[in-house]
Design a protein around this ligand. Structure first.
Ligand code: NAG
Ligand code: NAG
Ligand code: NAG
Ligand code: NAG
Length: 354
């Protein structure tokens, strides 16, 4: 609540001043590092704060999934009014920044709220994120780090490159491979009540495969004996404490940040504040960036003035879950309870799942 009060207390004036400061800082870094980026910074109107870091997504290519959304946004020639920065001496066509391996990854978990965290954090001018899931450390590792790097958006020195692939968290080889890329990689895990997560996961699969057997049947090896089928992916992913062990063999806990998928909905600014702290970037994403869509039951990013679309998550996000037998839910809660407690102890935070 303190957030809301703080965020809303100022009238239009300080907000505008902040935006101007932003625009100023942005154009400084833009012109200092590469004037071709000015095409982004030159977006009209005060919505620039939100629009600028997303510039290279503008082509919004509906093409192949793995196409990097990071095309240079430069027009064919240099903008006439842009002063040439003294420090940069490019030969040929100048490009904004360089493609770098990510310094931070959203590694999980599926249906935890990873898309929301990615969309929210990429509003930050110091973060550039890949819009698609490259699945490098699970499916595409054989293609090599150069391939992986080539997918990344261009970043300035001061910016963090980020990608999200939720399956990394449950991929046994992922911690070692990421450690091998850089032992300093910052890891973000969005976690959510494993029972709700399993149902959400199942609901998503069901929307693609309508003939999927009932959730109740898939959840148990023998229901009357209460034997939960932990080998079923929808159940297995929720064994967070188990998966975490694999990560802790390579990374200290301080290098892994856990986002509460529940808190992300009720207090997006608070959760995103902690994400920004973890990434070591200024807390620029605040309460003022969000509004709550009651119909959807989901927080959305406010529409930047220069964008045509509101920055709300797609239809599939926050979709209504199928009805599950309450007894089954109770049995699953019993099943997960000891695992959850282990997880709370391991990470030092009580997520308050039932
Ligand atoms: C760019 O500048 C560096 C020094 O800052 C200089 O060594 C290099 O030769 C320059 N390259 C070109 C292509 O002008
Ligand atoms: C570690 O990364 C290097 C490239 O930095 C690569 O050559 C090597 O094969 C990788 N090793 C493992 C075990 O993945
Ligand atoms: C479940 O266990 C009970 C008791 O052992 C047994 O009678 C029943 O056949 C089992 N059901 C299945 C589907 O294995
Ligand atoms: C809220 O979400 C509903 C359902 O997705 C949508 O139809 C509506 O336009 C949204 N309202 C706002 C203000 O974003």
């Amino acid at each position: 609540m303190a957030y809301r009060v703080l965020g809303r207390s100022g009238p239009a004036q300080p907000r505008r001043a902040r935006r101007l400061l932003f625009a100023f800082t942005l154009s400084l870094s833009c012109s200092a590092l590469c004037y071709s980026l000015l095409c982004c910074c030159a977006a009209p109107g005060p919505g620039r704060l939100l629009a600028a870091p997303r510039c290279p997504r503008r082509p919004a290519a509906p093409g192949p999934k793995l196409l990097p959304k990071s095309r240079p946004c430069a027009p064919p020639g240099p903008p006439p009014s842009a002063p040439r920065p003294p420090a940069a001496n490019h030969s040929g066509a100048p490009k904004p920044g360089a493609k770098r391996l990510p310094q931070a990854l959203i590694v999980g978990v599926k249906k935890g709220g990873t898309r929301a965290v990615l969309e929210f954090i990429r509003v930050h001018p110091d973060v550039r994120a890949l819009g698609t899931e490259p699945h490098f450390f699970d499916r595409n590792y054989g293609r090599g780090l150069d391939w992986y790097r080539s997918l990344m958006p261009r970043t300035l020195e001061s910016q963090i490159t980020l990608e999200k692939t939720p399956s990394y968290f449950v991929t046994q080889e992922a911690p070692r491979r990421i450690f091998n890329m850089s032992r300093d990689t910052k890891l973000i895990v969005v976690v959510r009540d494993p029972v709700t997560r399993a149902i959400s996961d199942y609901t998503q699969t069901l929307s693609k495969k309508p003939d999927l057997p009932a959730f109740e049947g898939l959840s148990f090896r023998n229901r009357s004996l209460g034997q939960v089928d932990a080998s079923w992916n929808a159940i297995r992913i929720g064994l967070y404490a188990l998966h975490l062990q694999g990560w802790l063999r390579y990374f200290p806990l301080a290098q892994i940040h856990f986002v509460s998928g529940e808190r992300l909905i009720t207090d997006p600014a608070g959760e995103m504040g902690r994400v920004q702290d973890f990434l070591g970037i200024r807390r620029l994403i605040t309460d003022q960036h969000f509004y709550f869509n009651k119909t959807k039951g989901f927080p959305c990013l406010k529409k930047p003035a220069s964008s045509l679309l509101p920055r709300c998550l797609g239809k599939s996000k926050g979709r209504t879950h199928v009805q599950i037998d309450p007894d089954v839910i109770e049995q699953l809660r019993d099943f997960y309870r000891p695992h959850n407690i282990k997880f709370y102890e391991a990470v030092g935070r009580d997520f308050r799942w039932e």
